[in-house]
Design a protein around this ligand. Structure first.
Ligand SMILES: Nc1ncnc2c1ncn2[C@@H]1O[C@H](COP(=O)(O)OP(=O)(O)O)[C@@H](O)[C@H]1O
Ligand SMILES: [Mg+2]
Length: 327
């Protein structure tokens, strides 16, 4: 991808992200163009009620334990940092900052929503697309606005798909764009240091985290792909009880046939299978036939995952990497 005198090298992880990565900021144009007026509009961040609860989130035992301990940390935070004096040895601990990392579709967004709900807090979710501005300097202002809104509304501040802003992406871009992103990152670090609320990050690419962020965020929890038992539980959870043929479905068989699929993949397959079956004579279909429709949709999801962007390689540790993706 290239523009006017301006080259953006697609980061190798771009296909890993749910939405395409925006090219880095361009310098602000001069004059009274509509874009220039747009520049004056600040991004407004409004807290909302979190959508999910922990009971719908399927995690393996070790991960569930880490999430549980994070959940409890909030409850005891004021005691240990205030009354017990932990704040004296750990001044940065006036806020709770954590990062959930792992492959796409494993439930990271869901987990942050569920934790916010457990804590009885609203959520402000900030996507990079929202705060990233075409104009040098504006991204930093948006970051400041997001922290301010979270403080005023006592909300969990959630940087979802945060790898764009926390990652080490600065290669082969123009000096101005490079500088703009570095400024945004510096603003982020400063805001984080001064903040006394809860900040959550979710990312698919923790490996690329800037070291300064890794140090600033004391809690990193990996949300891995589900194993077979996890897939079975996810399938049982996401197929609604009201689906008339749910009881006939062989979830164990489906789980065995879907290695490598994430919860998000399974959800897509389930949605497609149920929609398919609604226009078929499901009343007369037996368990094997019904289950086969789900298996076919799961296979379609798996094959799409393999083929979308030819150079996606699923490696043995089930992380996705790209070969020769810089074109
Ligand atoms: N661990 C899980 N338990 C239950 N459902 C899941 C899980 N992971 C994914 N899902 C399903 O997939 C959807 C997408 O998950 P999401 O939280 O957006 O994943 P991520 O943020 O890791 O990409 C969820 O809304 C949920 O329906
Ligand atoms: Mg997500």
């Amino acid at each position: 991808m290239s523009g006017k005198g301006y080259t953006w090298v697609q980061p190798k992880e771009a296909l890993d992200a749910k939405r395409p990565l925006a090219p880095p900021p361009l310098p602000a144009p001069k004059g009274e163009s509509p874009e220039a007026r747009e520049k004056e509009k600040p991004v407004v961040f409004t807290a909302r009620e979190p959508l999910y609860s922990l009971k719908n989130l399927v995690l393996d035992a070790a991960t569930a334990l880490r999430v549980e301990s994070l959940k409890n940390r909030f409850r005891t935070h004021d005691i240990v940092y205030g009354e017990w004096g932990l704040g004296e040895i750990d001044p940065s601990g006036k806020h709770i900052a954590f990062n959930l990392y792992g492959p796409p579709g494993t439930g990271k967004t869901m987990c942050v929503e569920a934790l916010a709900r457990e804590w009885g807090r609203k959520l402000i979710d900030v996507s990079y697309a929202e705060i990233e501005s075409k104009y040098v300097g504006e991204t930093g202002k948006n970051i400041v606005a997001a922290f301010k809104a979270a403080k005023e509304q006592d909300a969990v501040l959630f940087f979802d798909e945060a790898d764009s802003i926390l990652g080490q992406r600065m290669t082969s871009v123009t000096q101005a764009a490079d500088q703009a992103v570095n400024v945004a990152r510096a603003v982020m670090l400063k805001q984080l240091d001064a903040f006394d609320g809860i900040v959550a990050f979710a990312t698919n690419l923790a490996r690329n985290f800037d070291n300064a962020f890794v140090r600033r965020i004391p809690i990193h929890i990996e949300i891995p792909l589900p194993d077979e038992a996890g897939r079975k539980r996810i399938l049982e959870t996401i197929v609604p009880d009201k689906v008339p043929f749910k009881a006939k479905l062989d979830f164990a068989a489906l789980a065995a046939q879907t290695p490598g699929l994430s919860g998000g993949d399974l959800k897509n397959a389930v949605v497609n299978a149920i929609s398919d079956l609604a226009v078929q004579p499901w009343q007369t279909m037996d368990a094997a036939a019904l289950t086969a429709v789900f298996a076919r949709q799961a296979e379609a999801t798996a094959s799409a995952k393999r083929n979308v962007g030819r150079n996606v390689v699923v490696t043995s540790d089930e992380t996705i990497s790209l070969e020769g993706a810089n074109d």
